[in-house]
Design a protein around this ligand. Sequence first.
Ligand code: ZN
Length: 212
Amino acid sequence: MSNQMNKDRVKAAIEVLLAEVGEDPTRDGLARTPDRVAKALEFLTSGYEQDLDAVMNDALFSVDYSEMVIVKDIDFYSLCEHHLLPFFGKCHIAYLPRGRVVGLSKISRLVDVFSRRLQIQERLTNQIAEMISEKLNPLGVGVVVEATHLCMLMRGVEKQNSFALTSAMLGSFRENSRTRMEFLELLKLRGDMRSALDPARVPEESSEGALK
Ligand code: ZN
């Protein structure tokens, strides 16, 4: 999935879009808009280009430490692949090391790499968990993502579904409810949100996701 964006083609497409929504693409305020949109899109989808090995590999450390590592409240911004509108919120990550940890700043870089793509929240959550699992080979990893979806809010439909909570629990976080609860307690999620994240109650990830 490379992102060799052809800016001229993107600009031409945005000009078409502007005309189709009833605008005059040549008026002063819009003259540079196709160029701005192309640059913005290039940044917002830059996650396709990032080399995750380069991001992670030079920041892995061997340690004699086996307590839970938890990184809370990582801000992220992404684009829903169904409407190309933003969804954004916070990502919380925890893992139980098996002799290896990663620099904390790399964890948020990892979140950026996967969020700066066209996404659905469920896949974003799973990709983060699986990459940490692959790179660190921890005893377990848990990822919780809470996000607001502008495609729901702005289109005025299903306002009650504009906020979504997703989780991915692997290894000991899936198998051991005490480990999982320790993580969820540390997040101080509301009780009803916590029980919604009990893997026993969450069906296996669907490819489409709940948010359409
Ligand atoms: Zn959407």
